[in-house]
Design a protein around this ligand. Structure first.
Ligand code: HAM
Length: 432
């Protein structure tokens, strides 16, 4: 049997690498200008880091979506299903509450969830994650949302829908859960199985049901945003006022509920119509209380993450061109055995300026040119006994088909000119 990647995981092949690098470079530039610095945390943590943060009743735990294992010392470790918990663990461990606030941190890398695999849903997927820690002001909420919008726009993505809501303070949430239980328990039989389970563990999540029957039962009920306490309501109004003042396009979504349990007050998501049922590109919210829950000081914060695969899906659906892999400027073709070693050494020298590839065996000109063509090079540089005797190379432009005889000491300059696409007067003069 041929070996294959684990279901829900995939390889990023060479042709696909440039768009990853481009995405990360754009993200780094936009977030960097806003004072957000990069942090890398391990891909696995003590399991309790996630158990204390993503919550007992979050889908991740309930549906056993975390990759948890014991190491040889019998310690329980978990592959990160998201970044927030690990970044906040690092925040606590390095005493970042003593740094100038807010501490702004972004990360990118793989995350792991043992989910049902479908379009836009993988078991190893990748996120760009951003946390703004150490501020309770509505300005920070607006900044977080605006940064997410800015990064997606900077990547060339149009048609992003930003939905902003609030899950309220813990008391609001408790009250709302009680309200939902009271309204739905008498009709629990009519709910889907998933929603019945959610009603038991975390009623708020019933609102997220895709089931039409569930939605019909929910239709007459009030949404979390309509039942916020005074402080959470004032905070929400302040956040939307700043977004409006900044001209950040958004819509209010009164029933926004996030899949993770640590949110308080502001919760938001960005969606895109072009990526199928899993239309959420990203999401986040405020998580005041979470750092204390993890054993740190009581510092508030807000953050978001977007799924890199989903953003690529949206970008390619919208026809946004992906960056291409760098092609070699020249491929060096050895026409005899002596030239193989000569050209390997020459390639090393030329690589200080260009991407240069070469053959490892002697070829006749026909085969050598075919190798050069397959490498994607612009130029084929050929060398055999005749060129050695003359102190020259044959240089063929693989696009125009033009071929020149170039003296040894003029090759570097010839390549430089080809790379910058400048005039070929000297090349013409050199043409043999
Ligand atoms: P999340 O909504 O669970 O939030 O994930 C954020 C994004 O990651 C999703 O919108 C989606 O694009 C992508 N994603 C999640 N699961 C998968 C999957 N199985 N396959 C592909 N993409 C996926 C969080 O993770 C929070 N930690 C965000 C946050 C940061 N909140 C505060 N700070």
């Amino acid at each position: 049997m041929r070996p294959s990647a684990v279901k829900g995981t995939y390889d990023v092949l060479p042709d696909d690498q440039p768009r990853w690098h481009a995405l990360l470079a754009t993200t780094r530039r936009i977030l960097g200008r806003a004072g957000v610095d990069e942090i890398s945390t391990p891909v696995f943590e003590h399991s309790e880091v996630f158990e204390k943060s993503v919550g007992e009743s979050a889908d991740l735990v309930v549906q056993k979506e975390m990759y948890r294992f014991e190491d040889r010392g019998g310690r329980s470790l978990t592959l990160r299903p998201e970044f927030t918990a690990g970044v906040l663990r690092a925040f606590i461990e390095h005493g970042m509450h003593t740094w100038p606030a807010p501490v702004k941190l972004w990360s990118a890398g793989p995350a792991f969830r043992a989910e049902n695999v479908q379009r836009g849903r993988f078991r190893q997927f990748h996120q760009v994650n951003c946390e703004l820690v150490g501020g309770a002001s509505a300005l920070l909420d607006a900044e977080a949302i605006a940064l997410l919008v800015d990064v997606l726009a900077g990547l060339g993505l149009r048609g992003v829908h930003v939905k902003v809501g609030s899950v309220g303070d813990p008391e609001d949430r408790q009250r709302y859960n009680a309200y939902l239980r009271e309204a739905l328990e008498p009709q629990a039989e009519a709910l889907s199985e998933v929603s019945r389970e959610r009603l038991r563990l975390n009623p708020l999540r019933v609102l997220d049901s895709k089931d039409a029957g569930d939605q019909a039962l929910l239709a007459p009920l009030q949404r979390p945003l309509e039942r916020l306490g005074g402080e959470a309501r004032a905070h929400f109004d302040a956040v939307t006022a700043v977004l409006e003042a900044w001209g950040v396009p958004f819509e209010i979504d009164a029933s926004i509920v996030r899949g993770l349990d640590y949110y308080r007050r502001t919760a938001f998501e960005v969606h895109h119509a072009g990526i199928g049922a899993q239309s959420a590109l990203g999401g986040g919210g405020r998580y005041d209380g979470l750092i204390a829950q993890l054993g740190g000081p009581d510092v508030p914060g807000i953050g978001w993450a977007f799924g890199i695969e989903r953003v690529f899906d949206a970008l390619s659906g919208a026809g946004v061109a992906a960056a291409a892999r760098e092609r070699p400027l020249a491929y060096l073709v050895a026409l005899d055995e002596t030239a193989v070693a000569e050209l390997a050494q020459l390639a090393r020298a030329l690589r200080s300026e260009h991407r240069i590839e070469h053959g490892y065996v002697a070829r006749n000109p026909g085969k050598g040119l075919r190798d050069a063509d397959r490498s994607g090079a612009r130029l084929a540089v050929m060398r055999g006994s005749r060129e050695r005797a003359d102190g020259t190379f044959q240089v063929k432009d693989l696009r125009s088909g033009e071929q020149h005889t170039v003296p040894e000491d003029a090759l570097a300059e010839h390549l430089r000119r080809s790379a910058t696409g400048t005039t070929t007067d000297t090349d013409a003069a050199l043409a043999g």
